[in-house]
Design a protein around this ligand. Structure first.
Ligand code: PHE
Length: 330
């Protein structure tokens, strides 16, 4: 039985030990076979034979238990090593989000004017004829209303076509002086490479005591603003028409793609139109009951700014919700 002791001790794994256990201690194992011989042992020797066997059995059992304990300890050690977790390793932190380029552009615009102490005003998206047109010197049947491609509701309400009604609402609510911007969504029946039915504008309005502000202030602030947005560009004021401003100017920057030499984006003119502006028409002040004031106003399309700043060729892609577009703006 000495060899059995050794075989137990030499078991190299729990599985090997289990095999030996069955072989020795199992129902049909070696010990069972030895005990079976008991019935053939002559009476007087039975007791000594049984004692001898029992002695061997407990010796084998002891060896088995200690080997089992040793192998279990080794197995546990191996498992602990295999399952080690390095808590200092970075986990999967997931995808990082990004602000939509229109939101980023909007923030950059708003930051500029907030730093100059402009207030940020809002107005409803569903407007009425008075705020969107009438008070802005656009009487019914005025041909300039055609410029706006308005969405109308059956009750005569409409989706605002520009942020200018926020000027009217702010002037009706506050007293001059006023220094405000009004960012927000606007709606027009238009859909092509450079137009979507919903887009965003930022309106600006400054109203001061009569004579305190003029076109010169408008020119200065917008020139500085456009340098803030586009860097080192040339700025050009071009006479234009808006019903609510007189005189009016559209503002161009030198083409940021061809630096003014002419390319497809600027239609080979070297200039990109980016703003509408002008000195507030006296009829607008009349509509809100303001007297003895002067002011200037401007309005811009945020998507157009975003397109130019990020060289986005199709404005519609800003609203398709394609995650690959956003991934470029992290
Ligand atoms: N409301 C004009 C537009 O949507 C822009 C504008 C605002 C022009 C203020 C002049 C002054 O086209």
């Amino acid at each position: 039985m000495e060899t059995l002791q050794e075989r137990i001790k030499e078991a190299s794994s729990l599985e090997a030990l289990e095999k030996i256990r069955v072989e020795i201690f199992g129902k049909k194992g070696l010990l069972a076979a030895e005990f079976a011989k008991l019935k053939d042992v002559p009476g007087p020797e039975k007791k000594a034979f049984a004692e001898g066997l029992n002695h061997q059995k407990s010796a084998l059992q002891e060896t088995f238990e200690s080997t089992l304990a040793a192998l279990k300890a080794v197995a546990l050690e191996e498992q602990l090593v295999a399952e080690t977790i390095d808590v200092s390793l970075y986990g999967n932190l997931g995808e990082k989000g990004a602000l939509h380029p229109v939101a980023q552009t909007m923030d950059k615009i708003i930051d500029y004017f907030v730093a100059l102490n402009f207030s940020v005003e809002t107005g409803p998206l569903v407007e009425d004829d008075f705020h969107n047109f009438e008070a802005l010197n656009l009487p019914k049947h005025h041909p300039a209303r055609d410029m706006q491609d308005t969405f109308y509701f059956a009750d005569g309400g409409l989706l605002r076509t520009h942020t200018s009604p926020a000027q009217i609402r702010t002037m009706l609510k506050e007293k001059p002086p006023i220094r405000m911007i009004a960012p927000g969504a606007v709606f027009r029946r238009d859909y092509d490479l450079t137009h979507t039915p919903m887009f965003h504008q930022v309106e600006g309005l400054v109203v001061e005591e009569k004579g305190k502000v003029s076109f010169a202030n408008l020119k200065a602030i917008l020139t500085d603003f456009l340098h803030h947005m586009f860097g080192d560009v040339e700025v050009r004021f071009r006479p234009s028409f808006f019903p609510f401003t007189e005189p009016s100017a559209e503002v161009d920057i030198s083409c940021i793609f061809c630096k003014g030499s002419g390319c497809r984006v600027c239609s080979h003119t070297g200039w990109l139109e980016v703003l509408g502006s002008g000195v507030v028409d006296p009829n607008v002040f009349k509509a809100v009951g303001y007297e003895n004031v002067s002011g200037y106003a401007f309005g811009l399309g945020v998507e157009r700014f975003a397109m130019l700043m990020h060289e986005i060729p199709d404005l519609r892609s800003l609203f398709e919700g394609d995650i690959r577009l956003l991934e470029q703006f992290r």
